[in-house]
Ligand binder design. Sequence first.
Ligand code: MN3
Length: 214
Amino acid sequence: MAHELPPLPYDYSALEPFIDAQTMKLHHDGHHAAYVKNLNTALEKHPKLQSQGAEELLRDLNSVPEDVRTAVRNNAGGHVNHTMFWKIMKPKGGGDPHGPIADAIKKVFGNFNDFKTKFNDAGAKQFGSGWVWVAGKSGGELQIITTPNQDNPLAQGLFPVFGNDVWEHAYYLKYNNRRPEYLAAWWNLVNWEEINRRYETFKSGKLEPALAAH
Ligand code: MN3
């Protein structure tokens, strides 16, 4: 079955004023749609891979034939990353974390403000395009990491609990080159319920957040 572009779970304008409607439309209908299309095109050459989930492909890129490996890495990565990204944001989100993720942040990073500073700093320092993540070995300890381009932590054997997109296309229309302002504003959108769901899956020792099931 072909991979499909999931609909945005809210209107393009729902995340205003922190992310503008035009950016959301371009990002979802343009960029994310292209990742899905290009992934399906790459897999046409290898029909056996078409039954695998995008997360499963990323967890074992070495078993993907070399002629499409880079295309799968970039486009399955882009698809998985953005499918998460839309869901871990919501209108009127943000605020202090609650539930198990709040406890985990406190345990690993001391307090929420220090954690946010470290996360934003890592995102600001990621050179060029990429993502900043909270990830870890399934069932293990959380850490902040960055990845270039559309690389997903799954390809390093890590479970992506949540992450922020620091590609210019995610913020440039509103914030221009001011990535730190975007990183700071983004916390007003965070959907802690969805992040808690992903964190519970991580804690249970499952290897992937199960894109297909949601
Ligand atoms: Mn993006």
